[in-house]
Ligand binder design. Structure first.
Ligand code: FES
Length: 161
């Protein structure tokens, strides 16, 4: 029997180099696709940080006129402080229509007014006129030593890698 006929063909140096190059390219492709898939999943299911309630100083109590109101920028958002017969109330000052900042404009009909489209809110934050679809969100408020403190809800920004 001829031993040359049964011999297994040996890979040449060129075949080995091509195999290693294909292996490296395949591994790089798998790593690349994995990274792409991870980004896509992060896009579909972003990690949303939980809301936080923080207490913010909002000025002196005596700055809010009796049966009137003021709007203050607390850095974490605008807040409307409204005096209702001696009771202090705090609301988000962001209009629930399209997000303009309301202003304190107490009348017999309304306490807060949005100049963008004529939205009006009463001393409960309820809509009494104009297009806003919902009341203003109300925040817990406290007065300590004449200083007003409002607890506002903040949501840290979504971080993407
Ligand atoms: S944004 Fe306030 S009424 Fe439209």
């Amino acid at each position: 029997m001829d031993s040359a006929a049964n011999a297994v063909p040996r890979a040449s140096g060129s075949d080995r180099r091509e195999f290693v190059a294909d292996l490296v390219l395949s591994a790089a492709g798998i790593v690349g696709l994995g990274g792409l898939a991870t980004r896509f999943l992060q896009y579909l299911y972003p990690v949303v940080p939980p809301e936080q309630v923080i207490e913010v100083a909002a000025g002196r109590r005596d700055a809010v006129p009796a049966n009137g109101g003021i709007v203050v920028n607390l850095g974490v958002g605008h807040v409307a402080l409204v005096d209702a017969g001696g009771e202090l109330r705090a609301f988000s000052a962001v209009c629930t229509h399209l997000g303009c900042i309301v202003k304190a404009e107490p009348t017999d009909h309304h306490a807060l007014y949005c100049a963008c489209h004529g939205g009006m809110f009463d001393r409960q934050g309820e809509v009494v006129g104009g297009p806003p679809p919902r009341p203003l969100p109300r925040y817990p408020v406290e007065v300590r030593d004449g200083q007003v403190f409002v607890k506002v809800i903040v949501r840290p920004p979504v971080l993407t890698a």
